[in-house]
Design a protein around this ligand. Structure first.
Ligand code: 5AD
Length: 358
């Protein structure tokens, strides 16, 4: 199996059959460690011992969608709904800027409040951040919208967009989402984002219900083909108030392995060490960094709402302030010999494009 990892490093691709074989063998003694070691070498070569940090503002938990895995789903009864006003979001961005953040991530459920009329409310927020802090990158994560809204947000100054594909297999997608959502639309949105010029982030849950090695192989092939700038990879974590509540969580070990394989396949990829890795463990994000992740996303949401933005149960950090969360994660990063660097943290190829354009 190590030979397949070496082949991946040399050629940056595997056949579907090879992917299935490699992923199915993840419990082979020493294999995860071997992949992590190769991945870490490549990450260090591209990014050094530096970790990018992004502040995430969870601006609303209202959502029109009813994804079977997510705690913010429309049918969720246990969630107190909130939305931050543009003023609250901007105050939060200011706090973040003063703490050293140079990427602000605005994440929320899909809701008309921010999306109406070509997303004009969010356009205003993006424009205000862009004007006040020219050296800050703005990342959006607000789900599926039409091209006009994506374009308006890009024109207002948004740089990046996170929209996990969740799974690259249509039949699997349909087991995780209601019939009102479509695999085709999710994929079309991702293509649109890239066409417009966003740095696009795809991603998946490892160990989501009904997932097989074939599905993960399809995810790897999708990532190879679509070439997102970022890939968010976290284990599925059950949420008690969802139809998939009784499924077991995804494996952290398999998540580390997938992180490493993404890194080996594409050394320049931005890969976050995701929060879902630290539900009840504590060293998940550190181990993700050691397996090839190079981004961490501390929580920048204001006090009083964090306990209402629960995509899954046992989410860590919800009782910490933004400053405490940043300090905690900085400590974890430094403990393993890395530093968090102040800067936008763009994808390496995009930095080059921007320099050329200047
Ligand atoms: N477990 C793990 N990840 C989840 N997400 C949503 N619900 C869960 C869950 N129960 C992830 C999805 C989504 C991202 C914002 O959070 O992949 O795209």
């Amino acid at each position: 199996m190590k030979a397949l990892i070496d082949k991946l490093e040399d050629t940056h691709s595997l056949t579907r059959k090879e992917w299935v074989e490699l992923i199915s063998a993840y419990e082979t003694p020493g294999l995860i460690e071997y992949a992590a070691e190769r991945a870490r070498k490549l990450t260090d070569a591209v990014f050094g011992k530096q970790i990018y940090f992004r502040g995430i503002i969870e601006y609303t938990n209202f959502c029109r969608n009813d994804c079977y895995y997510c705690g913010l789903r429309l049918s969720g009864k246990d969630t107190t709904r909130y939305r931050l006003t543009p003023q609250q979001i901007l105050a939060c961005a200011e706090d973040g800027y003063n703490m050293g953040y140079r990427t602000i991530v605005l994440q929320g459920g899909e809701t008309a409040y921010y999306e109406a009329k070509g997303a004009e409310r969010m356009v205003g927020i993006v424009r205000a951040i862009r004007e006040r802090y020219p050296d800050v990158a703005v990342t959006l994560s607000m789900g599926e919208m039409n091209r006009e809204a994506y374009q308006a947000l890009f024109d207002a100054g948004a740089d990046r967009y996170l929209l996990r594909h969740e799974t690259a297999t249509k039949e699997h997608y349909e087991k995780l989402h209601p019939p009102t959502m479509s695999f085709e639309n999710r994929m079309a949105c991702l293509r649109t984002l890239k066409e417009i010029g966003y740095q696009a982030g795809a991603g998946l849950m490892v160990g989501s219900p009904y997932q097989t090695a074939e599905h993960l192989a399809a995810d790897m092939m999708f990532i190879a083909d679509f070439k997102p700038h970022m890939v968010g990879i976290g284990p599925f974590q059950p949420h008690h108030d969802t139809p998939l509540a009784s499924f077991p969580p995804g494996s952290n070990e398999l998540t580390f392995f997938i992180v490493s394989l993404c890194r080996i396949m594409n050394p320049k990829l931005l890969i976050p060490a995701t929060t879902a890795l630290d539900c009840g463990h504590g060293d998940g994000r550190q181990r993700a960094i050691l397996a090839g992740a190079n981004v961490i996303m501390p929580n920048l949401s204001p006090e009083g709402i964090k306990q209402n933005y629960l995509l899954y149960d046992n989410k860590p950090g919800i009782t910490q302030s933004a400053a405490e969360n940043l300090a905690k994660l900085r400590g974890l990063v430094e403990e393993i010999g890395y530093t968090m660097v102040v800067g936008r943290g763009d994808h390496p190829d995009t930095v080059k494009e921007q320099a050329r354009a200047a």
